[in-house]
Design a protein around this ligand. Structure first.
Ligand code: NCD
Length: 337
């Protein structure tokens, strides 16, 4: 695909070569994301960051990624602080905001809303999550993480074995990730969820059409024995009619060190898009996994910055100029990465 000036709305717009391209640029961003070098390549550029649903990682990592490339970030958080609360349409908001920004990232509770916004926007728009539909940049950083983690175990994205656990009906990250996996070969996907929260049928079908083996189960322990990746998710309580309904499922799947040791292969990598629900009634990934070297959740969150920097660089067509505007850092950077 042509990245320059493009919206990033759905995983469906990518081919495998595009993913390779994004990952190459993401690798190149490592010294900048890891505070070894700084670049001012986007000096003067403005990111319009519009989050109409709660977000920590996605919002802050998109903002940090833009800052790390030298650009500035203007944030709108929540409907109450936007004119949408006064009845303004997405069309009008998009026309106006796109005059104030060079690129926009948007999260919105309604499926399809970000695409509708993008149609009216005069600048590229990135989907930061539209309801239960898609979260393409999360899938890209998830796959980037899977690739990096598996490299240590001599395995690749083709022939991947992955288990997705939890709320597969409303979880937009797993929707986008499954669509992304259709670009690879011979993937075994185990979908572990309560019957009522199964992966949408059309996404299962897309994976089968791609030649993947898809198994659905409502039991976790017996299904995580032979996977490279165990990807846990939160019950998306904000998508349920009532909290009580969501509570029926919270805590259904809890992965802890004892279960990991007993049922998983020793190299199985544990992932989660975060936030993990650490309240007692849920505790989907126990804190006792924190010292497990295969717990990749924080490396996954760190990788979000690299991948988002890559997306900005490609969309704004500066990926070849990053070095030209680079210098060393002046401050103490420690050894966080
Ligand atoms: C996810 C989301 O918002 O879809 N979070 C994120 O962006 N990393 C997952 C979730 O909220 O459970």
């Amino acid at each position: 695909m042509k990245f320059t000036g493009s919206h990033i709305l759905s995983i469906g717009q990518f081919e495998r070569a595009d993913i390779d391209h994004i990952f190459r640029v993401a690798d190149f961003m490592a010294p900048f994301a890891h505070r070894k070098r700084v670049t001012r390549v986007l000096d003067g550029a403005i990111l319009g960051s519009m989050f109409f649903e709660p977000s920590t990682r996605t919002r802050v990592s998109f903002g940090s990624a833009f800052n790390l490339l030298g650009g500035d970030v203007r944030e709108t958080i929540g409907f109450e602080s936007s004119a949408i609360a006064k009845g303004e349409s997405l069309y009008d908001t998009a026309r106006v905001l796109s005059g104030y920004s060079d690129v926009i990232v948007m999260r919105h509770p309604q499926e399809g809303s970000v695409s509708e916004f993008a149609e009216a926007s005069r600048v590229p728009v990135i989907n930061g999550g539209d309801g239960a539909n898609e979260h393409p940049s999360q899938a890209l950083l998830d796959l980037y993480t899977i690739k990096k983690e598996l490299r240590h175990h001599g395995r690749e994205l083709d022939n991947l074995r992955i288990a997705l656990i939890g709320d597969l009906k409303y979880g937009r990250t797993v929707h986008s990730l499954c669509k992304l996996l259709t670009l690879y070969k011979n993937v075994s996907v185990t979908l572990i969820s309560p019957q009522e929260l199964q992966m949408p049928g059309e996404i299962v079908e897309q994976m089968r059409v791609a030649g993947h083996t898809v198994v659905e189960s409502d039991l976790m322990e017996g299904s995580i024995g032979h996977v490279d990746i165990a990807y846990s998710t939160r019950i998306q309580e904000e998508r349920f009619a009532t909290k009580d309904e969501a509570n029926l499922y919270r805590g259904r799947y809890r992965l802890n060190q004892a279960i990991y040791t007993r049922f998983c292969e020793p190299n199985t990598v544990i992932m989660h898009p975060l936030p993990r629900d650490s309240r007692e009634g849920a505790n989907e990934l126990d804190n006792d996994l924190n010292d497990n070297p295969n717990l990749a959740i924080f490396r996954q969150a760190d990788n979000g910055v690299l991948v988002r920097m890559a997306l900005f660089a490609l969309i704004l067509d500066v990926e070849d100029q990053v070095d030209k505007y680079a210098s060393d850092v002046n401050w103490y950077t420690g050894s966080r990465f």
